[in-house]
Ligand binder design. Sequence first.
Ligand code: ASP
Length: 438
Amino acid sequence: MQKKMDMTTKILIYMGFGLVVGSLINAFASEVAFIQDYFVNGLFHVVGALFINALKMLVVPLVTFSLICGICGIGDVGVLGRIGVKAFLLFMLTTALAITLAISVSVIIGPGEGFDMTQAAASTFVAQPAPPLTQVFIDLIPSNPVAAYAEGNMLQIIFFTILFAVCVLMIGERGKPIAEGAERLNEVMMQVVNVVMLAAPIGIFALIAKVFSEQGVGMILPMMSYFAVVATVLLLHTTGTLMILLKVLGRVSPMIFLKKMRSVQLFAFSTASSNATIPITLRTAEKRLGVDNSTASFVVPFGATINMDGTAIMQGVATVFIANVYGIDLGLMGYLTVIGMAVLASIGTAGVPGVGLIMLAMVFHQVGLPIEGIALIMGVDRLLDMMRTAVNVTGDAAITTIVARSEDKISMETFNDPKAGVVEEIHLPHGSSQSSKV
Ligand code: ASP
């Protein structure tokens, strides 16, 4: 029997193909109107946008049903509070560790020293106002839950759904049909995730081909020192800090974790959005890593919203880089302020593409660095956004695993089983079936 290629490999191949096609267009056809109109801004744009929409379409219903299931599954508000506090503290800890590592490595390497401003692409950055922190807290409670659902405001959705599910528990027997209904709906949504994932290779090809046809790899060159330091620290954090935490606090094998996270990272990389990746992170946490729905349904969307290790790393390196370019000495106090600000800024800022730069403006403002400096790094931000989003989602899943382990809400049998969560058969209408492994 012919061996079916697994989904992650398939995605990787299509991604590589997209990279080659995109880079070729960038190098040889950036002025060819036909290619630009019909492929870059036509086919790639439409297919990529359709795929992102399909992923985003899953987020709100999946999080809602999954969370109701999860809370009803825990059945104890005290436990829920404990899980929440643990997850929150760990998210803050990993973000603080990430940015501290970023600043330390940058101070040692010194990117931006002797930087030649004339080489950088001329662009301007218009700072968008970041929401004041008080507003972030006020906005935790939706004044209109329907609006929160319509806008996909994750923290508000989490707040309302938890309250709703806790009240389902409180009405006892009579709440059971609702809990059971949510369980079925969750099952259906998980299946919708499986179906949408079948389109992933094509969708990811289109997204990558578009990005690379617009962004020549050559534009990295003048910014090489900045780019290389961000990339190095992202790698160090993922393969070092997070893996040590998984081993020490989670007592699980980091290698198995990383292997099972590959497809989630590819989705995050291609979409540059932790939010759009929630369905895949959630599915992987539950079906592949064995985390109980009661923990994953809450910690994964919470993390996608408030935990951004990769983003913090970019901000740490960017701060040192711009300070060096402008010859400004921030001093220890300056760096400590940056760490505190970046950790706070990551709360309440949704995991969507490019948001890291908006938060960076807030950090710069606080330590008195020139906001215009952001224009220098803007050109390479799209690529770095993709890379840091992959790190953000890895952090979300790592903390979900650690919290689940500490609560004994993980099946180690599933975690250690390389085949767990593999979608063997997806039955599509008219009796056709397709196999995929994610
Ligand atoms: N794109 C990132 C995310 O969704 C956020 C950012 O750094 O811009 O996680």
